[in-house]
Ligand binder design. Structure first.
Ligand code: LLP
Length: 391
């Protein structure tokens, strides 16, 4: 059950809202900092997962860098305390305006995703009399065994350069004085739970790719393995902190590193998912012929993951637990949102404590790719953020 200091504090708040457990965030960040220090791995938080300022400031204070995928994210990361030199800028469609903004921020590295993009960055940097640090994103053709919408490392995905294009990329970089070569980057997918085998495979592929690439004469000093570490959506209380130890120890034992090389990772979800919860109220309990619907005031506009990916989020009735404590009364419900779409469903046949109009309900593990992917569909207001420190 979501551990909240005082559910009474929710009474005055308009629902739905995102509730962030800042103690859990700090605990997670400290854990990541200690494991990454142990293995000498540089962490760049993928800010696309959650861009709330207090969250970013907590993460940047730990000394991590950031991974950004738009010019706006680069600027936002810097304004939240990440040094420009520790911000990576990835993405298949960087516009000229975004490239300029990133150069102005002194971005640490452009993770370049096509040969044409390399030429454009070189040209813009030369016009601005700057040198652009670049790494090449390689598509390693590895199956991350995750949802097809969040698999990024297969040849048919739009991301990165094919290995066969790497020699051309190297020649291009050597011919452009406005480019400074940093290294190689990969990202094979997200919510990877097969941590040992998938990341071991990724590291083995990287060993081969780096060895081949260096035949071009360019030295790979930065090796960036991307993000992707999965979290436990089924049991957020049992596993509130993701398995960073397994992830980083696999990297440590599999990647062949020279003294002059550094390893970087870009976790997003695994740092912020479990500290966030979408808090809604029950609007109506509506009996059907064979099932009963619990209709919440939060919908797919607030958290699109179930509708978009069929994603599972654990659902809990906080009022039944904390206020009534009627443990034995459980019912099966179809839990839905208010939006006029049949896919606006939180869960079918979910067992929940008996629910009543006005009850507070928590949709767990919503800190990553929740608030950032919200929309104002049906003109619902954006659900605001509430931080545990403020209650
Ligand atoms: N680096 C790159 C280049 C990425 O594309 C991503 C995520 C990450 C790092 C961070 O991956 P993470 O550690 O969070 O798995 N909206 C989807 C997830 C999309 C992930 C996109 N890229 C979801 O809600 O599951």
């Amino acid at each position: 059950m979501l551990n909240i200091k005082d559910i009474a504090a929710f009474d005055n708040l308009r629902t739905p809202f995102y509730y962030y457990d800042m103690d859990l965030l700090r605990k997670t960040v400290e854990h990541v900092a200690s494991i990454s220090r142990k293995y000498g791995i540089h962490v760049h938080y993928a800010i696309k997962a959650n861009v709330c300022k207090p969250i970013l400031e907590t993460i940047s204070a730990a000394g991590f860098g950031a991974d950004a995928v738009s010019g706006e994210e680069v600027v936002h990361a810097v304004s939240c305390g990440f040094p420009g030199s520790e911000v990576m800028f990835a993405g298949v469609g960087k516009s000229d305006r975004e490239i300029r903004a990133a150069l102005d921020c002194g971005v640490g590295c452009f993770n370049v995703e096509s040969l044409q993009e390399l030429e454009v960055i070189a040209e813009i940097a030369a016009q601005l009399h700057k040198t652009a640090p670049v790494a090449i994103r390689v598509n390693p053709n590895i199956d991350a065994h995750t949802h097809k919408y969040i698999t990024t490392g297969l040849n048919e995905n739009k991301f990165g350069l094919l290995e066969s294009d790497l020699p051309k990329a190297a020649e291009l970089i050597k011919s452009k004085p406005s480019l400074e070569f940093k290294g190689l980057q990969l990202h094979i997918g997200s919510q990877i739970t097969d941590v040992d085998s998938v990341f071991e495979l990724e590291c083995q592929r990287v060993n081969e790719i780096v060895e081949n690439f260096e035949k071009t004469g360019l030295k790979v000093t930065n090796i960036d393995l991307g993000g992707g570490l999965g979290i436990d959506y089924d049991d957020p209380d049992g596993n509130p902190v993701a398995d960073f130890e397994t992830w980083m120890s696999v990297i440590n034992r599999t990647l062949k590193l020279r003294e002059d090389q550094t390893v970087h990772v870009e976790p997003g979800r695994s740092i912020v998912a479990q500290c966030g919860n979408l808090i809604a109220r029950v609007l109506y309990v509506k009996p059907g012929t064979t099932k009963t619907f619990v209709i919440l005031d939060a919908g797919m506009n607030d958290l699109i993951r179930p509708a978009l990916y069929g994603a599972y989020h654990k659902i809990e009735n906080l009022s039944a637990h904390y206020l009534r404590n009627d443990e034995d009364k459980e019912c099966a419900y179809d839990i839905v949102g208010p939006v006029c779409e049949s896919s606006d469903v939180w869960g079918e046949g979910r067992i929940l404590r008996e629910s009543r109009r006005g009850d507070f309900v928590a949709l767990r593990s919503a800190g990553a790719y929740g608030q950032v992917m919200a929309s104002r569909y049906n003109l619902h207001e954006f659900a605001p953020a509430v931080y545990s420190d403020e209650l």
